[in-house]
Design a protein. Structure first.
Length: 496
């Protein structure tokens, strides 16, 4: 990478707050510019708590850097840069729209150089070389290459412990108790900066979603380091075993809550996976648990980032399953009180209250419901971006269009991910006191996930029959003696 020779200021976006960015050797003598754009906030909207962590992160960094930083509050980014009066150096933004904008600023002379994004393990050029002319991608192949390339959990040319994948060990249902009973996650302590952020958000003319609430995620370097150390030292050991489970009274379970500081670039992924690897090599954490966590960071997160760029600007409009239903009002407005199904109501409530649920409620509750009901995948992608505290532009298209909704026709997933209520009953403790019965397909107590699964299977039976991973479901559907009644019921279902 050719380093800039100028001493032009370094402009940092709100998701580029890590020391590995502004303390890199080529930036030693640079001032740092941070910009709060009121137009951007109004246009993008989003969960109230996402707005809080973005503003809090930028303001804490400006406070930390002191005289080295300039924090601008302006109507637009261009207004601030024009008032600055000097061109700036910037790293590649994390979205296509922002990248196009930065290139326009470069053509206008407001940006002097655009440097590669330094916040992922694999560079975009290295991914292009790895991808070659491949048209369909599988995460497992990418993940194994990442492990080899960065020598993570490896013994020479072989995986540490002799196995690449411990998924079978990391799919246990929740224990028969109300919580896991482990140490709480690390929580930040709000300060005067957070108090001012909250006051400023109260006065903004922005249609935020979700509830205000205490800041739950790290927004500074020191906070992120403490959050990482606490997770590895106190919670990683129980992460893998129950990573796919849901508990009604334990929303965080053993999850790291590091997605926000990672997506703010406060943590570098290789540092995160290195800490987990050190813990398992030291014998403090079982290999299956560490591998499951490392797979999420070095595998899935990096995979999603690179496929966002690789698939291009048309990808978010993919709709292979011809799904066009608009999101219902209660879904858009996070109105959990309008929903009877305990799992769906619980997921909506947690999104409203915190802007976060872990990957299984995202995929197998919210996403599966949307897939079964044929919600518009582009609208759903935007819903996830808006309402999740870690939902940046690059995060959601591949996760939603590809993994959750199969709207890309299988470019990066081998089958649609949906299930009946039996899966939710097995992997959560939410069904016991639900008004619906996961074993019931038709009638007043018919579980909308169970009935919805068979309605989805029937609607897409030709596509599913041709896939060896889903053909058995189509065959099983043919043996249902109440299929006609189920389909008629689901055509008219208006409550969940």
């Amino acid at each position: 990478m050719a380093h800039a020779a100028s001493t032009d200021p370094l402009w940092l976006f709100g998701d580029q707050l890590g020391r590995h960015i502004f303390s890199a050797a080529e930036h030693d003598d640079r001032e740092v510019v941070l910009i709060e754009s009121s137009t951007a906030f109004r246009r993008r909207g989003g969960h109230r708590q996402k707005a809080h962590v973005l503003l809090s992160g930028m303001r804490h960094l400006a406070d930390e850097l002191g005289d080295r930083a300039q924090l601008w509050q302006a109507e637009t980014y261009r207004d601030a840069l024009a008032a600055l009066g000097r061109p700036v150096v910037v790293h590649e933004p994390s979205s296509r729209a922002a990248a196009r904008f930065v290139h326009r600023l470069s053509a206008e002379g407001l940006v002097s150089e655009i440097l590669p994004n330094p916040s992922f393990a694999l560079s975009r050029s290295d991914f292009r070389q790895w991808a070659g002319d491949c048209e369909r991608f599988r995460m497992e192949e990418f993940y194994r290459d990442q492990r080899r390339r960065f020598e993570v959990l490896m013994d020479g040319d072989e995986p540490f412990g002799g196995t690449w994948n411990f998924d079978r060990d990391n799919r246990e249902p929740p224990p028969r108790r109300r919580t896991l009973g482990i140490d709480d996650p690390w929580w930040p302590t709000e300060d005067d900066i957070d108090e001012q952020v909250r006051a400023d958000l109260d006065t903004m003319d922005v249609a935020f979603t979700g509830d205000d609430g205490p800041r739950l995620f790290a927004v500074t370097h020191d906070e992120a380091q403490r959050a990482l150390a606490h997770f590895v030292g106190h919670r990683l050991a129980t992460f893998g075993r129950w990573e796919d489970a849901i508990m009604g009274e334990d929303w965080a379970m053993s999850h790291s809550l590091l997605s926000v500081p990672l997506n703010l670039s406060l943590l570098h992924p290789l540092d995160v996976v290195g800490a987990a690897e050190d813990a398992t090599r030291a014998g403090d954490v079982e290999l299956a648990s560490a591998e499951g966590f490392i797979r999420q960071i070095l595998g899935w997160r990096e995979f999603v980032w690179h496929l966002y760029w690789h698939f291009g600007s048309d990808y978010p409009s993919s709709d292979h399953l011809d799904a066009h239903r608009s999101l219902p009002r209660w879904f858009r407005e996070l109105d959990d009180a309008a929903v009877t199904a305990r799992c769906l109501s619980d997921a909506l409530a947690r999104v409203r209250e915190r802007g976060w649920v872990h990957h299984i409620p995202r995929l197998m509750v919210l996403g599966s419901h949307a897939l079964q009901r044929g919600y518009d995948p582009a609208e759903l992608t935007e819903w996830f971006r808006v309402n999740f505290v870690d939902g940046f532009d690059w995060v959601m298209p591949v996760n939603v269009i590809g993994m959750s909704q199969h709207a890309d026709g299988g470019l990066m997933a081998t089958k649609p991910y949906t299930s009946g209520g039996a899966y939710i009953s097995r992997m959560s403790d939410l069904c016991a006191d639900c008004a619906f019965d996961p074993r019931t397909r038709v009638g007043e107590k018919a579980c909308p996930f169970t009935a919805g699964y068979w309605a989805f299977t029937h609607r897409h039976r030709e596509m599913l029959r041709s896939n060896h991973r889903t053909a058995r479901a189509v065959a099983s559907m043919g043996r249902l003696d109440d299929l006609d009644a189920l389909l008629e019921q689901e055509r008219h279902r208006d409550s969940f």
